[in-house]
Write a protein of this length. Structure first.
Length: 289
């Protein structure tokens, strides 16, 4: 897989707000651990809000690192994943200048005790602290108050993967922009059946359409959307986003993003209208429904 983009994690850390520096250093340690472990690197594909922030400079702040994998729970050993993260983060911390240490504080499989679940996930909580601080002593006891979450979704349909070159020769596998757009549209369409409220997706999609509209392939987006929806038993139609309940759920908590971003929050109606225009313009007449 040939790297398609270069990501400067060191710059991302140093350019962030001072109150996010420790958190960003922890993210850097985690991503370095993934890219340098042959096992983790091969099956973990990054997506979500932090990918939006690191690659597309989204101002939206999130403390979760989202990954997907096409593997099933039976293909993986959660405890081996825990050990791989702890070992990889220890090496990454030792090789950095930040004096920050990260450790897995907890791991759980969701839903618990359901090996037959169609779309399980593995959640790791990573504690972090600077060495020599009172918080570091709590980290050693598995009780750090500073925690970031890794959410690894399994059995996922992933159509396009980009290889991102991270600060040198390390390579991170990540959703392409087409898969990212399809994933977020799919999340909006699943709000009703999953009883969710997805306040962030219209904001994220508006940013992607603004930044990379020329780099988005509508045919690839639709192919990815159809395959992801088919895997979850959901029908997608040219008028699916016209459903007022989909829009209502996306709008419900949209205003709360205002306190989490730098700069003004885009007008929801304008952002949703732009998304509708893009969605309706997808090549619906091509391929199978």
């Amino acid at each position: 897989m040939t790297p398609v983009d270069s990501i400067g994690m060191d710059a991302w850390v140093s350019e962030g707000p001072e109150d996010q520096r420790e958190f960003r250093e922890a993210v850097h340690v985690v991503i370095t651990a993934v890219t340098r472990d042959p096992g983790l690197r091969e099956f973990m594909v990054m997506k979500g809000g932090l990918l939006m922030g690191i690659r597309y400079h989204s101002p939206r702040f999130t403390t979760d690192i989202d990954f997907s994998s096409s593997l099933s729970l039976s293909d993986l050993d959660p405890e081996r994943i825990r050990r791989s993260f702890d070992a990889g983060m220890a090496i990454a911390s030792a090789g950095s200048e930040s004096n920050l240490e990260c450790r897995v504080q907890s791991l759980r499989v969701n839903p618990p005790n359901r090996p037959d679940a169609s779309f399980p996930s593995i959640e790791l909580n990573i504690g972090y602290a600077y060495k020599g601080t009172p918080k570091h002593r709590r980290l050693m006891q598995g009780q750090s108050p500073s925690v970031l979450s890794i959410d690894l979704s399994l059995n996922e349909t992933i159509i396009e993967i980009d290889a991102l070159k991270i600060d040198g020769d390390d390579v991170l596998r990540a959703y392409s922009i087409n898969d990212l757009v399809a994933e977020k549209i799919g999340s909006l369409l699943q709000q009703i059946v999953r009883n969710r409220y997805r306040r962030q997706d219209v904001f994220d999609l508006n940013l992607l359409l603004n930044l990379r509209s020329d780099g988005i392939d509508p045919k690839s987006v639709l192919q990815s959307l159809r395959e992801k929806a088919r895997a979850r038993g959901i029908e997608v139609r040219p008028d699916s986003l016209d459903d007022p309940e989909v829009k209502r759920r996306a709008f419900k908590d949209y205003h709360t993003l205002e306190s989490e971003i730098a700069g003004p929050l885009p007008d929801f109606e304008s952002a949703y209208d732009r998304l509708l225009t893009f969605y309706r313009s997808l090549p619906w007449g091509s391929g199978s429904a």
